[in-house]
Design a protein around this ligand. Structure first.
Ligand SMILES: Nc1nc2c(ncn2[C@@H]2O[C@H](COP(=O)(O)OP(=O)(O)OP(=O)(O)O)[C@@H](O)[C@H]2O)c(=O)[nH]1
Length: 360
């Protein structure tokens, strides 16, 4: 894994026995608590720990955690040095969860609610780094819950400083988006919202619920930061009805853009390209605005190896590792999916092409 702060952290693929942690984000009242209570009541024999991260009581040194186990529920307290899990998670939040598992037995899943946190990126990065540092926990993905009635309003909010509003950011970073409260809006409004959400983030799985009633299989075992299964990016697009080369017609500054190139990539040149994009943020679009990347996923064919390489990035962190071998008859295709602001197909394609060994 690489970051602007920590240059060389050993690349370790998460061991199978680590516990997945999923970050649940969304605006006040979207239905996160309803979802988590529903998950706890529908565990199907799984041992699920739900951490409700409430804000407002800054002096508190403990956080409530509901653990569902074998159809029963009990409440535990997570001791933190600082009242807010998100602020102290770097120091001792992961440790606190691990200690609790030592005391109380292993959880199968951990769901962490992040009410009041505008941007799930930093906390996702922390769990992602921690996984590499031999923690018992690994980041499974980010679920963003939106309120079908108010989401369009939140999406269109303009920030005075010109930055991206929180709702757009949460949708851009999501691996699963749950549009809840569908009972409160007419079909046309729901269609409009769904199209807007998909124009921002094309790769996330979008679900629609009333009273947060979901299928647990849709929100657990996301493996969004792990290996992308063979051809999974291509099949994701096909399943969701997108052409991999689609341009988005809706005029939005935050979008998903997918590039596909045949050939073999030089890893060193690619690393340099991603570092310029993620850390230096010095690649400009055709309007001279800096391209800001929130999330990146990719499958690459590297020169000098027959093993596929997966690349993932969130905020300034990125990681790449080998996965499955290319079959001799397979076309060596490189796919990069960017989610960010001011993305420019021509500019990014030019840089991506420069990473190819054979640039013809
Ligand atoms: N009509 C309708 N109401 C819902 C639905 N889902 C949740 N609610 C209600 O909406 C209110 C807010 O739901 P919560 O689950 O507390 O939302 P939350 O995202 O946890 O909100 P905070 O705890 O404030 O962050 C509650 O009164 C729920 O009963 C839904 O699908 N339809």
């Amino acid at each position: 894994m690489s970051s602007s702060d920590e240059d060389e952290i050993p690349d370790l693929v998460p061991a199978a026995d680590k516990v997945p942690i999923t970050i649940i984000t969304g605006f006040l009242g979207a239905g996160k608590t309803t979802l988590l209570n529903y998950v706890l009541s529908e565990q199907h024999g799984k041992r699920i720990a739900v951490i409700m991260n409430e804000f407002g009581d800054g002096d508190s040194i403990e956080k409530s955690m509901s653990v569902g186990s074998g159809g029963e529920q009990y409440e535990e307290w997570l001791e933190l040095r600082n009242g807010c899990l998100c602020c102290s998670v770097k120091d001792n939040g992961v440790k606190a969860i691990e200690n609790l598992m030592t005391k109380k037995g292993r959880f199968d899943y951990i769901l962490l609610e992040t009410t009041g946190l505008a941007d799930p990126g930093p906390i996702a990065s922390i769990f992602w780094i921690d996984e590499e540092l031999c923690s018992d926990i690994f980041l499974d993905g980010i679920i963003t819950m939106v309120d079908a009635k108010y989401c369009l309003k939140y999406l269109s909010e303009k920030k005075e400083d010109g930055s991206i509003n929180e709702c757009t950011r949460q949708i851009a970073l999501a691996d699963v988006i749950i549009i809840n409260k569908t009972d409160l809006v007419p079909v046309e409004e729901l269609n409009d919202l769904r199209n807007n959400i998909r124009s921002i983030n094309t790769t996330a799985k979008v679900m629609e619920t009333s009273h947060a009633k979901t299928n647990l299989d849709d929100i657990l075992d996301l493996n969004a930061y792990g290996d992308l299964a063979t051809n999974s990016l291509e099949s994701t697009f096909k399943e969701r009805g997108y052409n991999i080369n689609d341009r988005h017609s809706i005029d939005k500054s935050v979008t998903t853009l997918t590039l596909e190139l045949e050939g073999n990539v030089d890893k060193e040149i690619l690393d340099k390209f991603l570092q310029t994009l993620l850390w230096e943020k010095s690649i400009l679009n055709s309007d001279d605005k800096p391209i800001e990347l929130y999330r990146l996923k990719g499958v690459l064919s590297l020169s000098h190896t027959d093993i596929r390489c997966v690349v993932q990035a969130v905020h300034e962190l990125y990681d790449s590792h080998p996965t499955t071998p290319w079959k001799p008859e397979e076309k060596r295709i490189n796919i990069l999916v960017f989610i960010g602001r001011n993305l420019d197909r021509d500019v990014l394609l030019k840089h991506f092409k420069q990473c190819l060994m054979d640039k013809t």
